[in-house]
Ligand binder design. Structure first.
Ligand SMILES: *Cc1c(COP(=O)(O)O)cnc(C)c1O
Length: 391
């Protein structure tokens, strides 16, 4: 079996993030000179004699050149040994957890984990014998106290969804490693442009590439990046054995997206900061959740481990749930919808939409909360839209 595909390009002489985003794994096609990695829409590969593989490719569940290019680019952007691309963020998470854990093992989850992550562990992997404890990750003593002899993974999200909490990645890595557990960081909200968890001691980074990496709300995908090659190879084995791979076209869309990740994230960050300035002084708005606010308890950590505060902003309405629903329905530039991280601004009501499945659980969110994924449109139009919707 072609367990791992050969590298498509060389990143040895590239260092800048934007250069890597455009070129890592994405050398011009050696046969035609095509500047963009082609969509290798093929399931199988001609062998030159039995077992004579050209370039290591045998069957596209095991490896595909378009997916290999994305996997190499992801490894470069997250500064890891091995990248892997999956059909969705949750497919990546499922493969990861069933690679590093065995039935009877225990996982620490963020108290406000992404709802789908919580559901995967709480409703699916529980039946497989995985134990879990939700813990507020900003409380390091609580994390230490929750570690058990069978704890295999500390699962971290930072910033969190939808309340934009911040966890200290380096401190969590120390705690996890003292107990021979792995630190996994879901880096979907920050993207590797703003935060590189493997450089802070994390063992594996998880992405929903559906969000900022894809960046255009046109693909569902996931990725893992392992810090060390041995774990990377175990993940490659399970990726092939379990089969939840990214298809060639989806891999190509994410590759296309990440070429502009840097410029998009800069604009997401500046637009979100302007939206926060507007919201914090608006009389209809209650609390604003954004890691760059001076009263945010995680500000100091965010400044230390992130190079920007990202494009996500949540806020409560003084008028309660009714007012929150009204804002969501009155906007015209923002689009009412789930997901995040695309070029277009999105608005949603977590209590009734993305977080409806966690109602009644420890992850329940306030019903007067609205979440924004601030896009890269003209900031004047975004503020005018929020202004009329809040009036
Ligand atoms: C969307 C999301 C996921 C799940 O990814 P899918 O691509 O929807 O499967 C996981 N974590 C976070 C933080 C997300 O926003």
């Amino acid at each position: 079996m072609a367990g791992s595909a050969p590298p498509v390009g060389s990143v040895a002489d590239m260092t800048g993030f934007d250069t890597l985003a455009i070129h890592a794994g994405q050398e011009p096609d050696p046969r035609t000179g095509a500047v963009v990695v082609p969509i290798y829409q093929t399931s199988t590969y001609k062998q030159d004699g039995v077992g004579g593989l050209r370039g290591g490719y045998e069957y596209s569940r095991s490896a595909n050149p378009t997916r290999a290019a994305l996997e190499e680019a992801m490894a470069a952007l997250e500064v890891g040994a091995r990248g892997l691309a999956f059909a969705s963020g949750l497919a990546a998470e499922d493969t990861l957890l069933r690679t590093v854990c065995r039935p009877g093992d225990h996982v620490i989850l963020p108290g406000d984990a992404y709802g789908g992550t919580f559901r995967l562990v709480n409703r699916v992997l529980t039946n497989w014998g995985l134990e879990h404890t939700p813990v507020p990750l900003s409380d390091l003593d609580a994390v230490r106290a929750a570690i058990r002899p069978n704890t295999k993974v500390v699962w971290c999200e930072t910033p969190t969804n939808p309340l934009l909490g911040i966890a200290d990645i380096a401190a969590l890595a120390t705690i996890a490693h003292e107990s021979d557990a792995l630190l996994v960081v879901d880096n979907t909200f920050a993207s590797p442009y703003l935060q590189q968890p493997l450089t802070l001691g994390a063992d594996v980074v998880v992405h929903s590439t559906t969000k900022y990496l894809g960046g255009h709300s046109d693909v569902v995908g996931g990725a893992l990046v392992a810090r060390n090659a041995a774990l990377g190879e175990e993940l490659v084995f399970h990726q092939n054995a379990m089969g939840a791979i990214a298809g060639p076209f989806d891999a190509w869309l994410v590759l296309r997206g990440i070429k502009t990740l840097g410029v998009r994230m800069d604009r997401h960050c500046t637009n979100a900061a302007r939206v926060v300035d507007f919201l914090t002084t608006h009389p209809a708005v209650g609390r604003v959740f954004y890691p760059g606010l001076p009263d945010h308890p995680g500000l100091e950590i965010a400044v230390r481990q992130m190079s920007g505060f990202g494009g996500m902003v949540s806020f409560t309405l003084r008028g309660g749930e009714e007012a929150a629903l009204k804002v969501c329905e009155r906007v015209t530039v923002f689009t009412l919808g789930e997901s995040l991280g695309g070029v277009e601004s999105l608005i949603e009501h977590p209590g009734r939409m993305t977080h409806a499945s966690v109602a009644g659980s420890p992850l329940e969110v306030p019903d007067d909360l609205v979440r924004l994924s601030v896009g890269i449109e003209d900031i004047e139009d975004l503020i005018a839209d929020l202004s009329q919707a809040l009036a």
